[in-house]
Design a binder for this molecule. Structure first.
Ligand code: FAD
Length: 381
C-alpha cells in the first residue's frame, strides 16, 4: 500500500494550488457577492489543462485519473468553493461518453470542452423527481430518425452557459421494469425548443450557473442518444459511482480551507491577554477538525484509487461522499465559531465557505441517499 502521491501527481497538485491562489483567491469573494460567472477563470483553467482530468486524450482531455481530478479539486475548493464548483461542472457527466458512448460521440461532444468553448451539464433533477430519479418524466419520443423532447428540469449546473446538456429522460415508459424506462440524450443548447432560465438566490456557490431548463418539442438526431436505449438509470448510477469520488474533494477542500482560516485567526486573535489559539479548549477544536479532514481525504483517495485501478466500489464512493460532505459542514461551522462575530461578516472568507458547505450534503446524492446505498450494500452482503 502506497500513500504517497507520485512525482507527477505532486506537480499537478502544485499547479492547481498556484492557480487557485493566483486566480481564484483574489476574486472569489467579489464574484460570489455579485453572482458573476467566472468566464476568464474558466478560460484559463481550460488552457492549463486543469479541468476534467479523468477524460481520455482521445476525447481531448488530459488523460489522467479520478485521483488527479480529486487532487486538483481539493486545491480549488480550499480557496474558493463557488469558482471551483463552476470549474468542476464544465465536464459534469463526461463519464457517460467514456463509459457508454461511441468514440465518435466522445470526440464530437467532449473535445470542444478542452479545445474550444464547449461546456456541458447533466440534467437529471425535475420539479417532481429529485432523489427519486426514476420519477423523471421528461419525455423523448422517437419520430423518424430524431428524438423529440418535452419536459422541464430544475437546479441544473450550466443550464444557461452550457453548449450541450445530457438529458435524463423517459424513452420507454411502458417497460414493466421502472429501471429500464430511461435513456440519456445529448441536447445542444442552441436547438429550437431548448430554453434555460437562471435560478438566482442560491445560499452559496453564487458565481456558478444553476438554471431551470424547459424542453418544448426539442428535436435532436437519433445518434445523440448516449449508450443504450432504456439503460439510462444504470448509466446514471455508474456516473454517480465515479463523480461522487471527486465530489468528495469538494468537501475535503472546503474543510481544509476552513481549518486553515481558523488556524490563522486563532494565532492572531488575542483575548484574555493571549492568542486564543493558546487555550487548550481551542486547540482541542482544531485537533478534532484536523482529524476529520485527514480521514475524509483518506477515504476520498481510496475511492478515487479504486476507480483508477479498475475496481469501482459503490459502497466506498458513497461513504467518501457522505463523510466528506458531513465533515465539511461540521468543520466550517467550528471554524466560523472560532472567528467569533467577525466570521459572520462577508469581509471574512469563512462566511462564504459556511454558506457554500450545506449543498454538499444535498447535491450529487443527498446524505440520506448515500446512507441508503451504504445500508443496502451491507444488508445485501
Ligand atoms: C447548487 C445546486 C446544483 C445542482 N446541480 C444539479 C445538476 O447539475 N444536475 C441535476 O440534475 N441536479 C442538480 N441539483 C439538484 C440536486 O441533485 C437535488 O437537489 C438533489 O438530488 C435532491 O433532490 P431534491 O432537491 O428534489 O430533494 P428531495 O429528493 O425532495 O429530498 C428532500 C429530502 O428528503 C430526503 N429523502 C428523499 N427521499 C428519501 C428517502 N427515501 N429516505 C430518506 N430520506 C429521503 C432527501 O435526502 C432530502 O434530504 C443541484 C442542486 C443544487 C442545490
Amino acid at each position: 500500500m502506497d500513500f504517497l502521491l507520485s512525482k507527477e501527481q505532486k506537480s499537478i497538485q502544485k499547479a492547481a494550488r498556484e492557480f487557485a491562489r493566483g486566480e481564484l483567491a483574489p476574486i472569489g469573494r467579489e464574484l460570489d457577492l455579485t453572482q458573476t460567472y467566472p468566464a476568464d477563470i474558466v478560460k484559463k483553467a481550460r488552457e492549463l489543462g486543469l479541468i476534467g482530468l479523468f477524460v481520455p486524450e482521445k476525447f481531448g482531455g488530459p488523460g489522467l485519473g479520478y485521483l488527479e481530478q480529486a487532487i486538483v479539486l481539493e486545491e480549488f475548493w480550499k480557496v474558493d468553493p463557488g469558482i471551483s464548483q463552476q470549474l468542476c461542472s464544465l465536464t459534469f457527466g463526461a463519464e457517460e461518453f467514456i463509459l457508454f458512448g461511441s468514440d465518435e460521440q466522445g470526440k464530437k461532444f467532449l473535445d470542444p470542452i478542452f479545445n474550444g468553448e464547449g461546456v456541458m451539464g447533466f440534467a437529471i433533477t425535475e420539479p417532481d423527481a429529485g432523489s427519486d430519479t426514476l420519477s423523471a418524466a421528461t419525455m423523448a419520443v422517437k419520430d423518424g430518425n430524431e428524438w423529440v423532447l418535452n419536459g422541464s428540469k430544475v437546479m441544473i449546473g450550466n443550464g444557461t452557459k452550457g453548449t450541450f446538456m445530457l438529458i435524463f429522460c423517459l424513452t420507454d415508459p411502458d417497460n414493466p421494469s421502472r429501471s429500464k424506462r430511461h435513456s440519456i440524450i445529448a441536447v445542444e443548447t442552441d436547438r429550437p425548443g431548448y430554453k434555460a432560465e437562471p435560478m438566482h438566490g442560491k445560499m452559496g456557490l453564487r458565481c456558478s450557473d444553476t438554471a431551470a431548463i424547459y424542453l418544448t418539442n426539442c428535436r435532436v438526431p437519433e445518434e445523440n442518444l448516449i449508450g443504450v436505449r432504456g439503460n439510462g438509470f444504470h448509466q446514471l448510477m455508474a456516473f454517480f459511482d465515479r463523480s461522487r469520488a471527486y465530489v468528495s474533494a469538494h468537501g475535503v477542500g472546503l474543510a481544509q480551507g476552513a481549518l486553515d482560516m481558523a488556524i490563522k485567526h486563532i494565532r492572531d486573535r488575542k483575548q484574555f491577554g493571549k492568542p486564543i489559539g493558546s487555550f487548550q479548549g481551542v486547540q482541542f477544536k482544531i485537533a478534532d477538525m484536523a482529524v476529520k479532514v485527514e480521514l475524509a481525504r483518506n477515504i476520498m483517495y481510496k475511492a478515487a484509487w479504486l476507480l483508477d485501478n479498475g475496481t469501482p466500489d459503490t459502497h466506498v464512493t458513497a461513504m467518501a461522499k457522505l463523510y466528506a460532505s458531513r465533515i465539511a459542514v461540521e468543520v466550517v461551522d467550528e471554524a466560523l465559531q472560532l472567528h467569533g462575530g467577525y466570521g459572520y461578516f462577508d469581509d471574512y472568507d469563512i462566511e462564504r465557505f459556511y454558506r457554500a458547505a450545506k449543498v454538499l450534503e444535498i447535491y450529487e446524492g443527498a446524505k440520506e441517499i448515500e446512507k441508503m446505498i451504504i445500508g443496502r450494500t451491507l444488508i445485501g452482503k
